[in-house]
Design a protein around this ligand. Structure first.
Ligand SMILES: Nc1ncnc2c1ncn2[C@@H]1O[C@H](COP(=O)(O)OP(=O)(O)OP(=O)(O)O)[C@@H](O)[C@H]1O
Length: 289
Protein backbone atom coordinates (compact mmCIF):
# COMPACT_ATOMS: atom_id res chain seq x y z
CA UNK A 1 0.00 0.00 0.00
CA UNK A 2 1.35 3.43 -0.93
CA UNK A 3 1.81 5.67 2.08
CA UNK A 4 0.49 9.23 1.85
CA UNK A 5 2.38 12.26 3.04
CA UNK A 6 1.00 13.74 6.25
CA UNK A 7 3.28 16.74 5.94
CA UNK A 8 4.70 18.54 2.92
CA UNK A 9 6.94 21.55 3.41
CA UNK A 10 8.03 23.42 0.30
CA UNK A 11 10.51 26.31 0.15
CA UNK A 12 9.69 27.59 3.61
CA UNK A 13 11.50 30.81 4.62
CA UNK A 14 11.27 32.72 7.87
CA UNK A 15 13.22 35.74 9.14
CA UNK A 16 13.22 37.64 12.40
CA UNK A 17 13.99 41.16 11.27
CA UNK A 18 17.08 40.87 9.04
CA UNK A 19 18.00 37.49 10.45
CA UNK A 20 17.08 34.70 8.03
CA UNK A 21 16.28 31.85 10.41
CA UNK A 22 14.78 29.31 7.96
CA UNK A 23 16.22 29.33 4.48
CA UNK A 24 14.26 27.48 1.77
CA UNK A 25 13.31 24.41 3.78
CA UNK A 26 11.62 21.53 1.92
CA UNK A 27 10.84 18.02 3.17
CA UNK A 28 7.95 15.59 3.63
CA UNK A 29 6.82 13.11 6.25
CA UNK A 30 4.81 10.00 5.38
CA UNK A 31 2.12 8.15 7.31
CA UNK A 32 3.53 6.06 10.14
CA UNK A 33 6.92 7.69 9.93
CA UNK A 34 9.06 9.06 12.75
CA UNK A 35 11.39 11.79 11.56
CA UNK A 36 14.12 13.04 13.85
CA UNK A 37 15.26 16.59 13.68
CA UNK A 38 18.84 17.29 14.69
CA UNK A 39 20.82 20.50 14.77
CA UNK A 40 22.95 22.60 17.08
CA UNK A 41 21.50 25.34 19.31
CA UNK A 42 19.92 28.10 17.28
CA UNK A 43 19.74 25.97 14.11
CA UNK A 44 16.05 26.80 13.63
CA UNK A 45 14.34 23.62 14.86
CA UNK A 46 11.83 25.28 17.20
CA UNK A 47 11.12 28.06 14.73
CA UNK A 48 10.32 25.52 12.04
CA UNK A 49 8.03 23.57 14.35
CA UNK A 50 6.28 26.79 15.35
CA UNK A 51 5.65 27.58 11.68
CA UNK A 52 4.30 24.06 11.12
CA UNK A 53 1.79 24.28 13.95
CA UNK A 54 0.66 27.80 13.04
CA UNK A 55 2.13 29.48 16.15
CA UNK A 56 4.08 31.89 13.94
CA UNK A 57 3.72 32.84 10.30
CA UNK A 58 6.25 31.86 7.69
CA UNK A 59 7.38 34.59 5.26
CA UNK A 60 7.08 32.41 2.17
CA UNK A 61 6.66 28.80 1.11
CA UNK A 62 3.93 26.20 1.39
CA UNK A 63 2.99 23.78 4.12
CA UNK A 64 0.27 21.15 3.83
CA UNK A 65 -0.83 18.87 6.63
CA UNK A 66 -2.83 15.83 5.51
CA UNK A 67 -3.39 17.57 2.18
CA UNK A 68 -4.68 20.85 3.67
CA UNK A 69 -2.80 24.07 3.10
CA UNK A 70 -1.83 25.64 6.41
CA UNK A 71 -2.53 29.16 5.13
CA UNK A 72 -5.70 28.84 3.05
CA UNK A 73 -7.22 25.92 5.03
CA UNK A 74 -5.68 26.72 8.39
CA UNK A 75 -8.35 25.22 10.65
CA UNK A 76 -8.59 21.94 8.74
CA UNK A 77 -4.81 21.62 8.43
CA UNK A 78 -4.20 22.29 12.12
CA UNK A 79 -6.99 19.93 13.23
CA UNK A 80 -4.81 17.01 12.07
CA UNK A 81 -1.81 17.96 14.15
CA UNK A 82 -0.78 18.43 17.76
CA UNK A 83 2.46 19.74 19.14
CA UNK A 84 4.54 20.16 22.25
CA UNK A 85 6.98 22.98 21.65
CA UNK A 86 9.29 24.41 24.28
CA UNK A 87 7.74 24.24 27.78
CA UNK A 88 4.30 22.64 27.83
CA UNK A 89 1.50 25.19 28.23
CA UNK A 90 -0.12 23.84 31.40
CA UNK A 91 -2.11 25.63 34.07
CA UNK A 92 0.16 25.14 37.05
CA UNK A 93 -2.28 26.06 39.80
CA UNK A 94 -4.86 23.54 38.57
CA UNK A 95 -4.79 19.78 38.93
CA UNK A 96 -3.70 17.53 36.10
CA UNK A 97 -7.25 16.33 35.64
CA UNK A 98 -8.60 19.90 35.46
CA UNK A 99 -5.99 20.63 32.79
CA UNK A 100 -7.16 17.61 30.81
CA UNK A 101 -10.80 18.68 31.21
CA UNK A 102 -10.17 22.21 29.97
CA UNK A 103 -8.33 21.06 26.88
CA UNK A 104 -10.90 18.28 26.26
CA UNK A 105 -13.70 20.83 26.22
CA UNK A 106 -11.70 23.22 23.99
CA UNK A 107 -11.04 20.38 21.57
CA UNK A 108 -14.61 19.02 21.78
CA UNK A 109 -13.39 15.65 22.92
CA UNK A 110 -15.71 12.90 24.23
CA UNK A 111 -15.80 11.83 27.91
CA UNK A 112 -14.42 8.41 26.87
CA UNK A 113 -11.40 9.97 25.27
CA UNK A 114 -10.86 12.18 28.33
CA UNK A 115 -10.91 9.08 30.53
CA UNK A 116 -8.59 7.24 28.14
CA UNK A 117 -6.06 10.07 28.21
CA UNK A 118 -6.25 10.47 32.01
CA UNK A 119 -5.34 6.76 32.28
CA UNK A 120 -2.63 7.34 29.70
CA UNK A 121 -0.85 9.87 31.94
CA UNK A 122 -0.15 7.01 34.39
CA UNK A 123 0.49 9.49 37.16
CA UNK A 124 -2.24 8.00 39.37
CA UNK A 125 -3.29 10.12 42.34
CA UNK A 126 -1.13 13.00 41.16
CA UNK A 127 -3.88 13.78 38.64
CA UNK A 128 -5.82 15.22 41.57
CA UNK A 129 -2.91 17.43 42.68
CA UNK A 130 -1.83 20.82 41.31
CA UNK A 131 0.54 20.63 38.36
CA UNK A 132 2.98 22.85 40.31
CA UNK A 133 3.76 19.77 42.46
CA UNK A 134 4.66 17.58 39.46
CA UNK A 135 8.10 16.36 38.47
CA UNK A 136 9.31 17.21 34.96
CA UNK A 137 8.49 13.69 33.77
CA UNK A 138 4.92 13.99 35.10
CA UNK A 139 4.43 17.34 33.37
CA UNK A 140 5.70 15.79 30.14
CA UNK A 141 3.29 12.86 30.44
CA UNK A 142 0.39 15.20 31.15
CA UNK A 143 1.30 17.51 28.27
CA UNK A 144 1.65 14.55 25.91
CA UNK A 145 -1.74 13.21 27.00
CA UNK A 146 -3.28 16.64 26.33
CA UNK A 147 -1.66 16.74 22.88
CA UNK A 148 -3.11 13.31 22.13
CA UNK A 149 -6.67 14.22 23.19
CA UNK A 150 -7.59 15.13 19.62
CA UNK A 151 -6.12 11.89 18.16
CA UNK A 152 -3.77 13.80 15.82
CA UNK A 153 -2.42 12.18 12.68
CA UNK A 154 0.72 14.26 12.97
CA UNK A 155 2.51 15.03 16.22
CA UNK A 156 5.45 17.39 16.73
CA UNK A 157 7.59 17.15 19.83
CA UNK A 158 10.35 19.65 20.53
CA UNK A 159 13.04 18.13 22.76
CA UNK A 160 10.58 15.87 24.63
CA UNK A 161 13.40 13.94 26.31
CA UNK A 162 14.94 17.01 27.92
CA UNK A 163 15.23 16.58 31.64
CA UNK A 164 13.86 13.03 31.70
CA UNK A 165 15.81 10.36 33.55
CA UNK A 166 16.94 7.27 31.58
CA UNK A 167 13.85 5.24 32.52
CA UNK A 168 11.61 8.19 31.54
CA UNK A 169 13.36 8.41 28.18
CA UNK A 170 13.00 4.67 27.66
CA UNK A 171 9.28 4.76 28.52
CA UNK A 172 8.60 7.74 26.27
CA UNK A 173 10.43 6.16 23.36
CA UNK A 174 8.50 2.91 23.77
CA UNK A 175 5.19 4.74 23.91
CA UNK A 176 5.86 6.97 20.93
CA UNK A 177 6.85 3.96 18.82
CA UNK A 178 3.68 2.15 19.92
CA UNK A 179 1.48 5.11 19.02
CA UNK A 180 3.02 5.38 15.60
CA UNK A 181 2.79 1.65 14.91
CA UNK A 182 -0.67 1.07 16.36
CA UNK A 183 -2.47 4.30 15.58
CA UNK A 184 -0.82 5.13 12.28
CA UNK A 185 0.42 8.48 13.58
CA UNK A 186 3.45 10.32 12.19
CA UNK A 187 5.95 12.11 14.35
CA UNK A 188 8.46 14.91 13.99
CA UNK A 189 10.76 14.93 16.99
CA UNK A 190 13.67 17.21 17.73
CA UNK A 191 16.42 16.35 20.15
CA UNK A 192 20.01 16.98 21.08
CA UNK A 193 20.30 13.40 22.25
CA UNK A 194 21.75 11.74 19.20
CA UNK A 195 21.57 8.22 20.56
CA UNK A 196 17.90 8.64 21.48
CA UNK A 197 16.96 9.96 18.07
CA UNK A 198 18.86 7.13 16.45
CA UNK A 199 16.83 4.60 18.43
CA UNK A 200 13.45 6.02 17.55
CA UNK A 201 13.60 7.77 14.17
CA UNK A 202 13.02 6.13 10.81
CA UNK A 203 14.76 9.04 9.13
CA UNK A 204 16.82 11.97 10.34
CA UNK A 205 16.95 15.52 9.02
CA UNK A 206 20.03 17.58 9.87
CA UNK A 207 19.63 21.33 10.05
CA UNK A 208 22.14 24.12 10.53
CA UNK A 209 21.78 27.89 10.23
CA UNK A 210 18.23 27.39 9.03
CA UNK A 211 19.19 25.14 6.12
CA UNK A 212 18.70 21.41 5.72
CA UNK A 213 22.21 20.00 5.49
CA UNK A 214 21.37 16.39 4.90
CA UNK A 215 18.55 13.87 5.09
CA UNK A 216 19.46 10.40 6.20
CA UNK A 217 17.83 7.81 3.96
CA UNK A 218 15.13 5.69 5.49
CA UNK A 219 16.78 2.46 4.53
CA UNK A 220 20.12 2.49 6.22
CA UNK A 221 22.74 1.20 3.86
CA UNK A 222 25.48 -0.93 5.36
CA UNK A 223 28.80 -0.42 3.65
CA UNK A 224 31.84 -2.68 3.90
CA UNK A 225 35.39 -2.13 2.79
CA UNK A 226 37.34 -5.28 2.02
CA UNK A 227 40.96 -6.11 1.30
CA UNK A 228 41.48 -9.17 -0.86
CA UNK A 229 44.33 -11.06 -2.56
CA UNK A 230 43.22 -10.72 -6.20
CA UNK A 231 41.24 -8.52 -8.57
CA UNK A 232 37.42 -8.76 -8.40
CA UNK A 233 35.53 -8.26 -11.65
CA UNK A 234 31.97 -8.23 -10.25
CA UNK A 235 30.71 -4.64 -10.69
CA UNK A 236 28.92 -4.71 -7.31
CA UNK A 237 32.35 -4.44 -5.69
CA UNK A 238 33.61 -0.90 -6.26
CA UNK A 239 37.37 -0.71 -6.67
CA UNK A 240 39.07 1.78 -4.32
CA UNK A 241 42.66 0.79 -5.05
CA UNK A 242 44.50 -2.42 -5.90
CA UNK A 243 42.92 -5.20 -3.84
CA UNK A 244 40.77 -2.74 -1.90
CA UNK A 245 37.01 -2.74 -2.67
CA UNK A 246 33.78 -1.38 -1.28
CA UNK A 247 30.25 -2.80 -1.44
CA UNK A 248 26.91 -1.88 0.14
CA UNK A 249 23.95 -3.93 1.31
CA UNK A 250 20.51 -2.99 2.63
CA UNK A 251 19.99 -6.04 4.80
CA UNK A 252 22.60 -7.62 7.14
CA UNK A 253 21.68 -11.10 5.81
CA UNK A 254 23.04 -10.16 2.39
CA UNK A 255 26.60 -10.11 3.72
CA UNK A 256 26.95 -13.91 3.60
CA UNK A 257 25.79 -13.87 -0.05
CA UNK A 258 28.63 -11.50 -0.96
CA UNK A 259 31.21 -13.44 1.02
CA UNK A 260 30.18 -16.77 -0.55
CA UNK A 261 30.48 -15.17 -4.00
CA UNK A 262 34.09 -14.21 -3.25
CA UNK A 263 34.81 -17.71 -1.99
CA UNK A 264 33.37 -19.29 -5.17
CA UNK A 265 35.65 -17.10 -7.26
CA UNK A 266 38.70 -18.10 -5.25
CA UNK A 267 39.16 -14.62 -3.78
CA UNK A 268 40.70 -14.67 -0.33
CA UNK A 269 39.33 -12.11 2.13
CA UNK A 270 42.22 -10.52 4.04
CA UNK A 271 40.29 -7.85 5.93
CA UNK A 272 36.73 -6.53 6.24
CA UNK A 273 35.57 -3.27 7.91
CA UNK A 274 32.07 -1.89 8.37
CA UNK A 275 32.39 1.69 7.13
CA UNK A 276 28.70 2.67 7.39
CA UNK A 277 28.02 6.14 8.66
CA UNK A 278 26.57 5.91 12.12
CA UNK A 279 24.72 8.90 13.51
CA UNK A 280 27.65 10.24 15.48
CA UNK A 281 29.99 9.98 12.48
CA UNK A 282 27.41 11.71 10.37
CA UNK A 283 26.95 14.47 12.95
CA UNK A 284 30.70 15.05 13.12
CA UNK A 285 30.97 15.04 9.35
CA UNK A 286 28.16 17.60 9.04
CA UNK A 287 28.81 19.85 12.01
CA UNK A 288 32.46 19.18 12.78
CA UNK A 289 33.79 18.22 16.20
N1 LIG B 1 11.18 35.46 18.68
C1 LIG B 1 12.41 35.58 18.15
N2 LIG B 1 12.89 36.78 17.78
C2 LIG B 1 14.11 36.92 17.23
N3 LIG B 1 14.94 35.88 16.98
C3 LIG B 1 14.52 34.64 17.32
C4 LIG B 1 13.24 34.42 17.92
N4 LIG B 1 13.10 33.10 18.14
C5 LIG B 1 14.24 32.52 17.71
N5 LIG B 1 15.08 33.43 17.22
C6 LIG B 1 16.41 33.17 16.62
O1 LIG B 1 16.23 32.24 15.57
C7 LIG B 1 17.31 31.31 15.53
C8 LIG B 1 16.74 29.90 15.60
O2 LIG B 1 16.18 29.68 16.88
P1 LIG B 1 15.42 28.34 17.25
O3 LIG B 1 14.90 28.50 18.63
O4 LIG B 1 14.47 28.01 16.18
O5 LIG B 1 16.63 27.29 17.21
P2 LIG B 1 16.68 25.80 17.77
O6 LIG B 1 17.32 24.99 16.70
O7 LIG B 1 15.34 25.38 18.23
O8 LIG B 1 17.66 25.96 18.99
P3 LIG B 1 17.75 25.15 20.38
O9 LIG B 1 18.25 23.81 20.04
O10 LIG B 1 18.72 25.96 21.15
O11 LIG B 1 16.38 25.14 20.98
C9 LIG B 1 18.23 31.68 16.69
O12 LIG B 1 19.28 32.46 16.18
C10 LIG B 1 17.34 32.49 17.61
O13 LIG B 1 18.11 33.44 18.32
Amino acid sequence: MIKQNVLDVLNLCKSYGNHLVLDDISFSIRENEIVGFIGPNGAGKSTLMKCLCGLIHMDSGNVTICGHDIQSQREKALSHQASLIESPGLFFNMTGYENLEIFASLKNVSKDKLQQMSDYTRIGDYLKKPVSSYSLGMKQRLALSIALLSSPQFLMLDEPMNGLDPSGVFELRKELRKMVDEQGMSLLISSHQLNEIEKIADRIIYIENGKIKEVQKQEQTITYQIRVNKIITDHRFRKLSDFLYKFSIQNPNELSVYLRKLEREGVQLLDITNTSDDLENMYTRIYGE
